[in-house]
Design a protein around this ligand. Structure first.
Ligand code: SF4
Length: 297
């Protein structure tokens, strides 16, 4: 059980079960507040073997240095973070991926998750990862023919991938919501639940101008308002405006919840953000302080 002290109160987190308990009746002295966000995501590499048309991962070659990553992860663990997420590109392409998960699970108290298309995780890799990963996010944009058209891989192969991934850790589904997938949303949630998914993350596609399609947001708002299913749903943090979401946190610190490090080592508030603080040769805590002061001032 990890304990985090911050402006919201005292937060207990169990990485084995994913259970959270926030005691917000107790206030914590600012001098004791965690310096690092609850969750930090790292794009390990920009490389990916799929070619999804709506992919926003940068196309130049870049990947994070393994030794640098380990030092950042150790620092955020010591300064109050609860979990790390590894993504990309496709994180399982990163050559030290297994070692990184093992390091994080054995040398820190952080929860380890990763986001994957699933097609590269063979049974041998699954065996090595087992016990070192706490949650897996698997991308499934649409069902059957829709999935195959968008991802360029057979849906049958995807189902085989799920059967391997589920031997490692509990998994959830990531679902990009766009013109191709919006009308399969309801069916996909039921399908995911039957596959054994623990949650379903809906990611409205961001258009070339950096915005969301208004009709998709309206569809999503109506859908979430009427949703009565058992599978927990999540949506992207940057499209929660007007959505019926439950959020126990009242973060005033702009990076209390989340930070992202891209494959070049640029620290950002979100993966979509332009700019950021270059920490490729430096300390992540120092980078977080710079970013915090830039956002507050
Ligand atoms: S699987 Fe993900 S990273 Fe790879 S091309 Fe598709 S969207 Fe991009």
């Amino acid at each position: 059980m990890k304990v985090r002290y911050d402006e919201n109160g005292i937060h207990f987190f169990d990485r084995r079960t994913g259970a959270n308990l926030l005691i917000d009746e107790l206030s914590v002295e600012p001098s004791q507040w965690a310096k690092s966000p609850r969750h930090v995501s790292f794009a390990l590499t920009n490389s990916c073997d799929l070619r999804c048309g709506y992919c926003y991962a940068p196309k130049h070659r870049a990947e994070l240095d393994f030794e640098r990553l380990k030092s950042w992860i150790t620092d955020i663990d010591r300064n109050g973070s609860l979990g790390v997420g590894f993504g990309g590109g496709e994180p399982t392409i990163y050559k030290d991926f297994v070692e990184l998960c093992k390091y994080t699970s054995t040398q820190t108290s952080l929860s380890v998750s990763f986001t994957t298309h699933g097609h590269r995780v063979a049974a041998s890799m699954a065996e090595q990862l087992s016990g070192h990963v706490h949650f897996i996010r698997v991308s499934m944009d649409g069902l059957g023919a829709t999935y195959e058209r968008l991802r360029g891989r057979s849906f049958e192969q995807f189902l085989s991938a799920i059967s391997i991934l589920r031997t490692i850790a509990p998994f959830g589904i990531n679902y990009v919501l766009n013109a191709d997938t919006v009308h399969e949303l309801k069916e996909a949630i039921v399908y995911a639940q039957n596959l054994g998914a623990r949650e379903f993350l809906i990611l409205p596609e961001i258009d070339k101008n950096g915005g969301f399609h208004p009709s998709h947001l309206k569809y999503l708002r109506d859908f979430l308002t009427d949703y009565r299913g058992n599978l927990p749903l999540r949506i992207n943090e940057n499209c929660t405006d007007g959505m019926p979401v439950a959020d126990p946190f009242k973060d005033l610190d702009p990076i209390n919840a989340y930070a992202f490090v891209d494959a070049r080592g640029i620290l950002k508030r979100t993966s979509y953000e332009l700019g950021g603080v270059d920490i490729s040769q430096g300390n992540i805590l120092y980078g977080l302080e710079i970013m915090r002061s830039q956002l507050i001032n």
